[in-house]
Design a protein around this ligand. Structure first.
Ligand SMILES: NC(=O)c1ccc[n+]([C@@H]2O[C@H](COP(=O)([O-])OP(=O)(O)OC[C@H]3O[C@@H](n4cnc5c(N)ncnc54)[C@H](O)[C@@H]3O)[C@@H](O)[C@H]2O)c1
Length: 469
């Protein structure tokens, strides 16, 4: 653990009492929202020796945790089972337990409305419930990604409505979550934690809580700075992915291979960081969070141009992929209409089961609209409900067998899960459109995003007999 104590913090009875409980690990901690962020955090707190309670409105998640089962791939079931059996971790749908807790971390969703305005309803609903049971000396930390100002402008007044003052009677902080689901190296425990509190006492207490469970703590001067840190990180990714997607479109036009170009550029030991093109942005964060910043900036009369431009380029990628598939089928004298297209990989990124905002769903819907017979294969996603995509019918994954691959007129690789045998795919498929550079080298039947089309003879339909002759 490494964190520096904020200078000039006010001493108070409440502060000292919680400080003592945190250092002796006798504090009772809570996590609201047991999803991709909340469950790993609750497990880290419990592992660190805190008596931990998770609160979620989703009865299935609460039941799963109570039975010692994990539903998040990065969290082993054995770990949840052990902590539940040791009575260090439990879950409930009932917020009344907040009255008994010393700290609470809020990890609820922050989606965008259709108009790209922030949807604060989950935060408001969770804070509403916490406010009913807020008591002196309690520490509340918001982790949900949100616009700069949320903690002090929205959460703080809701919590102070009962008469307690943040930074004095109770403590309030923002700490962005940086978890990267599926990352084998970095997890909740070893990704540095940025913390910004309402006043130095809040920052110090929040740093102590995290410091018990997380390797490195990075205090900043305010909740707003901590909120902005997260949005800078995600905007950085979104804009750089937008840039490399545009470079891919240029390479495609110029007959260059963007994968070769990025790989060579990445050998520069300073001043360059590789980003890779793909079928579009996915996930709960990168396509969404920058628009929180955009919304806040516009409210203050500032027009954030990079975010909007990157949004346009990235949003156009599924259409480009469909054009690429159309072009590839055309080379084989086939139309999209009536062709079977097997989409390989529909989770938004490799090696995980998360479908949120997956660009594969857009590509599938566009192909379906053009009359393609759309199928998919994804070892992480056994079924796809009709409501989850715009094709409007329930689907099941195809088996990843040579026969299923060979059956398709075109295999479109949209997510490159590492468990897939790409040699088998290469050898079985009639035609491949590879948007992730999953297939090494050049092959006459493989079309890559951002790379020259393979050199091949155009297949033309056999000439019709001249009926007039
Ligand atoms: N998933 C990621 O990779 C990731 C990474 C960094 C930050 N974040 C941010 O963390 C936050 C949570 O994301 P997530 O991926 O864990 O979401 P999630 O949908 O996986 O989990 C959120 C959970 O909150 C529960 N919930 C919703 N409203 C509630 C309420 N009022 N009271 C109690 N429980 C409630 C839901 O049932 C769900 O289980 C979001 O703001 C997200 O942007 C996510």
């Amino acid at each position: 653990m490494s964190h520096s104590v904020a200078p000039g913090r006010p001493e108070s009875r409440q502060f000292d009492a919680l400080r003592e409980k945190l250092s002796s690990r006798t504090a009772r901690v809570g996590v609201v929202g047991l999803g991709y962020v909340g469950l790993p955090l609750a497990v880290e707190f419990a592992r660190a020796g805190f008596d931990t309670t998770g609160i979620d409105l989703d009865r299935r998640k609460v039941d799963a945790v109570s039975q010692g089962t994990s539903y998040i791939p990065d969290v082993p079931t054995t770990e949840v089972a052990r902590l539940v059996a040791d009575d260090m971790l439990r879950a409930t749908t009932d917020f009344s337990c907040v009255a008994e807790l010393d700290t609470i971390n809020i990890c609820v969703p922050t989606p965008l409305r259709k108009t790209k305005d922030p949807d604060m309803s989950y935060i408001v609903s969770a804070v509403d419930e916490i406010a009913k049971h807020l008591h002196p000396g309690m520490l509340v930390i918001l982790e949900s990604t949100t616009y700069p100002g949320t903690t002090e402008e929205l959460v703080q007044p809701m919590l102070e409505a009962g008469g307690l003052k943040a930074g004095v009677d109770f403590f309030l902080a923002f700490s962005p979550e940086r978890v990267d689901p599926g990352n084998p190296t970095f997890n909740t425990h070893n990704v540095p934690k940025v913390v910004g509190g309402v006043g130095p006492a809040s920052t110090e207490l929040a740093s102590m809580l995290y410091g018990a469970a997380i390797e490195t703590i990075v205090p900043v001067s305010s909740p707003q700075a901590a909120e902005m840190v997260k949005l800078l990180e995600n905007t950085f990714r979104m804009v750089n992915i937008g840039l490399v997607n545009e470079i891919a479109l240029m390479c495609d036009r110029l007959g260059l291979d963007v994968w070769e170009v990025v790989k060579a550029a990445a050998t520069k030991p300073f001043g360059f960081m590789p980003f890779y093109p793909g079928p579009g942005l996915g996930g709960h964060c990168i396509p969404i969070d920058p628009f929180y910043l955009s919304w806040k900036a516009k409210q203050n009369g500032f027009d954030p141009r990079f975010i909007e431009l990157a949004g346009q380029v990235n949003g156009g990628m599924p259409h480009f992929v469909v054009d690429k598939i159309t072009d590839a089928l055309n080379r084989h004298a086939k139309s999209v209409n009536g062709s079977t297209v097997l989409v390989l990989g529909i989770a938004y990124k490799r090696d995980i089961d998360d479908m949120r905002e997956s660009p594969s769903l857009d590509v599938m819907a566009l192909l379906h609209k053009k009359g393609a017979k759309v199928r998919y294969a994804d070892p992480y996603v056994p079924t796809l409900a009709a409501r989850a995509w715009h094709g409007g019918f329930d689907m099941q994954t195809e088996p990843l067998t040579p026969a299923a691959i060979a059956d398709a007129d075109c295999v479109a690789i949209l997510t490159e899960h590492r468990t897939v045998d790409y040699d088998m795919v290469l050898n079985s498929a009639k035609l491949i459109v590879d948007t992730r550079n999953a297939i090494a080298g050049r092959h006459p039947h493989v079309f890559k995003l951002g790379a020259p089309a393979p050199v091949m003879q155009l297949e033309t339909p056999a000439p019709r007999e001249n009926v007039l002759a």
